[in-house]
Design a protein around this ligand. Structure first.
Ligand code: F6R
Length: 369
């Protein structure tokens, strides 16, 4: 059942091209419109959405952060991401024009369920992005968009994360199209590019030898930092979470721009830092800005492990290690950039002799508040 892999997590990491492809499958009708699985929200109501609040926990919340960038960019609808356990107790500003989108692999996370119920009580429309058919959260929601990642057995989430991001993109493009926003013309080309992502993940998984080797050298590491910017920021957060969960190593993810506002004080000789570099095509010179962050921390002795697109030579002078990912549009890069971080955490855990599939103190689905 592990498909020849030693652990469920390794199998699930290798399932990711399928998780993305299956989540895209049959999503659009001939007119290019998204097909939601079960909807009790009319197109008219969706056109009237004035704000979106995403509620989720853990890895699913990081998928939600990626979703925020994509949905706001494509629809111009303001999107807020709220940790589900905070949402319910912060007197949230939600009404009949708010679409509350929950993201949950299991569909049973109590914190997320309570947030959805609270949103419904306040009159919001609720849409669930979920991986588990017939689970509680989709049943309690007005609309469902299932991720088709297949059952995720390893406690730490991997393929569900990629599927959640994929479903979020589809939702954003659908809303853009439905509302006739300016970006909608490009929805088809983004969908076409998304269709090509599974092959790129596959290719990337074939390039992981050096990442595996690095993990095996780093079993004694006490702390690892992760930096990213824009959609790379949630990727950095997810890389840190995977390392905490699987290898019990202190890890922190930061927005790269925040570095000079404090965290740079943590950098000393030999400190390993992963940096998720935006595509050179990213707007607002973000690429250049992140490259200069790498330069700054390298000058302070950090060991820089850089995740950069193929052909991005600007990172070379400041990188101790470069992990290459295939080229894609800046917005879609999380689907690729997170993969080496998952592989790194998996192999560091293995190098420490830990139980990759069942990390201590964790349960696959957190059914208490
Ligand atoms: C991390 C992880 C957790 C879950 C979180 C939400 O690897 O698995 O952070 O993402 O507990 O779970 P779901 O998605 O089932 O609501």
């Amino acid at each position: 059942e592990k498909g020849g892999y030693p652990t469920f997590m390794e199998k699930e990491i290798h399932d990711q091209p399928h998780a993305v492809a299956d989540t895209l499958l049959g999503r659009t009708d001939d007119a290019g419109r998204l097909v939601l699985d079960e909807v009790r929200i009319s197109e008219e109501q969706l056109r009237a959405v004035e704000r979106i609040t995403i509620v989720a926990c853990g890895t699913a919340a990081y998928a939600g952060m990626v979703a925020k960038y994509a949905i706001e960019h494509w629809t111009r609808i303001p999107v807020e991401v709220s940790l589900a356990h905070e949402f319910r107790y912060c007197d949230p500003i939600v009404d009949g024009t708010t679409l509350v989108v929950s993201i949950s692999q299991s569909g049973e996370t109590m914190d997320t369920l309570m947030a959805v119920k609270h949103a419904a009580e306040l009159g919001a429309m609720t849409l669930s992005i979920c991986n588990t058919h017939g689970s509680t959260i989709p049943r309690e929601s007005d609309a469902v968009l299932y991720t088709h990642a297949g059952p995720e057995i390893a406690v730490a989430s991997t393929k569900a994360f990629l599927a959640q991001i994929t479903a979020s993109y589809v939702l954003g493009l659908y809303l853009a199209q439905l509302r006739g926003e300016t970006y909608a013309d490009d929805a088809k080309s983004v969908m076409a590019e998304l269709q090509g992502i599974p092959d790129k993940i596959d290719e990337l998984l074939g390039r992981m030898d050096r990442v595996v080797e690095m993990a095996s050298f780093m079993a004694d590491t006490r702390s690892v930092l992760f930096l990213g910017r824009n959609v790379g920021y949630p990727v950095a957060m997810e890389g840190a979470l995977k390392l905490k969960e699987l290898a019990y190593i202190h890890a922190e993810g930061f927005a790269a721009g925040e570095l000079k506002h404090g965290p740079i004080a943590l950098i000393d000789a030999g400190q390993p830092v992963f940096i998720v570099v935006p595509s050179p095509e990213a707007p607002h010179e973000l690429h250049k800005k992140v490259v200069s962050n790498i330069q700054e921390i390298r000058a302070r002795g950090a060991r820089t492990i850089v995740i950069a697109h193929d052909g991005d030579d600007d990172v070379e002078p400041f990188a101790n290690e470069v992990i290459r990912i295939p080229n894609c549009s800046p917005m879609l890069a999380p689907l690729l950039a997170v993969v080496p971080l998952q592989v790194f955490a998996l192999h560091l855990s293995t190098a420490k002799g830990l139980d990759v599939d069942q990390p201590r103190n964790l349960a696959k689905s957190v059914t208490v508040e």
